[in-house]
Design a protein around this ligand. Structure first.
Ligand code: NSS
Length: 427
């Protein structure tokens, strides 16, 4: 049996294969907290109820020793989780000595060095289960709407999001780069399949050490032929609402383990507020942050903007110069592009970046050149504007930032099993 199935096994004798999370003894009774990956259950070893040999074995158990136990499940409101195992038999697989992570407090640096073990802790378990639910609900959202999953390459010949954050590698004597985004490939795929998405790791050599930046992060990127800018934002609204609802429905245990107050999440329903970049500058000015037209927002600015609303907020119509080469100019607002970022509430900031793409060949070529990119490198991408070009758009949602917000974590490093941070690649 897996521990999560305890409620269906009350009164039955079961076998649990797992590890000792913690032990506590009061003379004639030993309490073992056993975890098996699906949950934690308290197991009671009573000197009066088991052979002396089993009681002596139980006494030897240490944190993270691996065991197979047999016993009877009973309901007990006082036990953590509401169920308890009355131990009958115990097989020791390994006695663990000197497990480095003890129930006392450890610094984050130490825990990160032991990330391979830290994953076993209750809080990390809960966070990564929430991550899993978010990934699953994101996929389900698009699968249920007739999107085709198209995998983008990881090794790429050119940049999508600016050349300053590229990780370069050698590809048979020529430079190649780890993908910053699958977008350009999704634009090709959208012309073949209509509605597509990719979901994979992306890489950015960000020279910044912030609570929002990873060098390797996961991004889901939908791309849709014939979509309008308004429709693009509407899908994002529906997607975020769906994901939050799914987490609330399926992760109550995990949310309570990490102590997440869910009242804010319950408010996440459409419509989301929308402000223009210009309005955003005015809000920032009121909060003592002066930005010039064209300046990009940093973490501090996003935090201020996001904190003004109790739902995610779209910031749209950014100045052309502040954004990527492929974004379509807004004919109604010269000098700006049809791009929107979605900022998460509670001060989290940007979790989605999206836009309408340039569909005109000549304009795209001009923008490439203005951005110092070579026509030769982007020949295939330009082809898409030569053969049946249509209005289209899409967005990218950063998984780790979304997990950080939904789980209300202070830093993205706990949202991914093995984070790649500035100059840190161990374990
Ligand atoms: O650079 S983005 O704003 N946009 C793109 O990459 C587009 N090509 C997406 C598209 O339209 N298909 O990145 C999108 C999101 C951003 O909102 C963050 O949530 C996340 O990707 N992101 C990051 N997360 C963690 N660490 C880093 N360094 C990072 N950079 C972006």
């Amino acid at each position: 049996m897996y521990i999560e199935e305890a409620k269906n096994n009350v009164g039955k004798e079961v076998t649990i294969k797992g590890w000792i999370y913690n032990t506590r003894s009061s003379g004639k009774i030993i309490f073992l907290l056993i975890r098996d990956g699906t949950g934690i259950i308290q197991s009671v070893v009573s000197k009066n109820d088991v052979p002396e040999e089993i009681f002596q074995k139980a006494k030897k158990l240490t944190q993270e020793s691996s065991v197979i136990v047999k016993g009877i499940i009973r309901e007990d409101k006082r036990a953590p989780g509401g169920y308890e195992l009355l131990l009958k038999d115990l097989e020791i697989i390994q006695i663990t000595k000197d497990y480095p992570i003890t129930p006392k407090e450890h610094g984050v640096g130490f825990l990160m060095e032991h990330r391979h073990l830290w994953l076993r802790s209750k809080r990390q378990w809960a966070i990564l289960r929430i991550r899993h639910r978010i990934e699953k609900s994101l996929r389900d959202f698009f699968d249920n709407r007739g999107f085709t999953l198209v995998d983008a390459p990881i090794l790429t010949p050119n940049a999508c999001e600016g050349s300053t954050t590229l990780f370069e590698t050698d590809y048979f004597g020529k430079p190649a780069f780890l993908s910053q985004s699958g977008q350009l490939y999704m634009e090709a795929a959208a012309m073949a399949f209509g509605k597509v998405y990719c979901f994979g790791p992306t890489f950015r050599a960000e020279k910044s050490k912030t609570r929002r930046h990873l060098m390797e992060f996961w991004m889901l990127e939908p791309e849709i032929a014939y979509i309008t800018f308004e429709e693009n934002m509407k899908i994002q609204e529906e997607m975020i609402t769906y994901v939050v609802q799914e987490v609330l429905k399926n992760c109550q245990n995990e949310l309570s383990i990490i102590g997440r107050d869910t009242t804010v999440l319950e408010k996440v329903k459409p419509p989301f507020p929308k402000i223009s970049y210009k309005e955003a500058l005015e809000i920032l000015e009121k909060h003592g942050k002066h930005l010039e037209w064209g300046d990009d927002f940093g973490g501090d600015e996003e935090t201020i903007l996001a904190a003004q609303f109790d739902k995610p907020v779209f910031v749209h119509n950014f100045p052309t110069g502040a954004k990527a080469f492929y974004m379509k100019p807004d004919p109604d607002n010269p000098g700006t592009v049809l791009a929107a970022d979605l900022l998460a509430p509670e001060g989290y900031g940007e979790i989605i970046g999206g836009s309408q793409r340039i569909d005109d060949y000549d304009l795209l070529l001009k923008r490439l050149k203005e951005n110092g990119l070579s026509e030769e490198d982007y020949k295939w991408y330009l082809d898409l504007r030569k053969y049946g070009s249509v209005p289209h758009g899409g967005f990218g949602i950063g998984l780790e930032r979304t997990v950080a917000w939904i789980a209300k974590l202070p830093h993205v490093r706990e949202t991914i099993p093995f984070p790649r941070l500035l100059e840190k690649i161990y374990p």
